[in-house]
Design a protein around this ligand. Sequence first.
Ligand SMILES: [Fe+2]
Length: 291
Amino acid sequence: MSVPLSVRTEPLGRSVIRGDPYTVWVLKEGYCVSEADGSCRADGSITLLTGPLVIVVDTGGPWDRQLLLDRLAERGLQTGDVSHVICTHGHSDHVGNLNLFPGATLAVGCDVSQGDHYLSHGLGEGQPLALDPHVEVVPTPGHAGRDTSVLVLIPAIHIHATGRAGCCANRCGMFLSIAFAAVGFAGALYSLAVALLGLVNGPTCLFSYEGKPIWGAPFSEKYYGSNESYLVDRDLWKRCEEPKHVVEFNMVLFSILTVASAIELLLCGFQAVNGLFGCLCGTCGGKGQRA
Ligand SMILES: [Fe+2]
């Protein structure tokens, strides 16, 4: 992972993001509400990351002590199970329960310590601090001057979610991907057929036939037989009088659809084969890596 050049915050919209190896739990959602007298009511979020490391991001204020203990217990955790506590800055609603985690690695803003041992790192100089290959503490803009954010890499939620229950679920996930690929394949096949028919038959337009103006398909066998194809004889395009350039439009549109459908067919076909191998052989690698 690399340091983002700019940072924008957005509400998560949900309290759990399941992934592998990390799942993100929002234990408490923060808020900031302006009061009529110019003051404000504000409280920070409390977030838990569970995976190879157990990480609490912001501890809430002292008033959240019991809430934090309860939320951890609901997930089968005690304070001693938490390996890292990251406080994104030093305000009371972010550091109020640090004393619950005396054995954890503590990061407050750009200071990182284990007990009384302050560790060497580059957060103060703008460098990220990798806790493992999936989690980084990153210096970011904020309102306290030495603020950080926590970056969690959660790839391919569907596939990883299927892996949580082991190889059996993984095979089921791969089987599911075959079904998805089959639906995509069928749609692509239909699209390809429609596109080819549209390309071969040509557009509907206004043309003159036996002295009469007709709206129809001037390149179909019905009117002029099948000896000539408008695709190879550009002079035939003149048959279409209205709308202007409808032949070019028809050719470009259906050519794009043909190519897109063909690509989708290939991709869905590859995924079906991939899913079949995954279903038959499994996708579990490095079984010893998971706790
Ligand atoms: Fe703050």
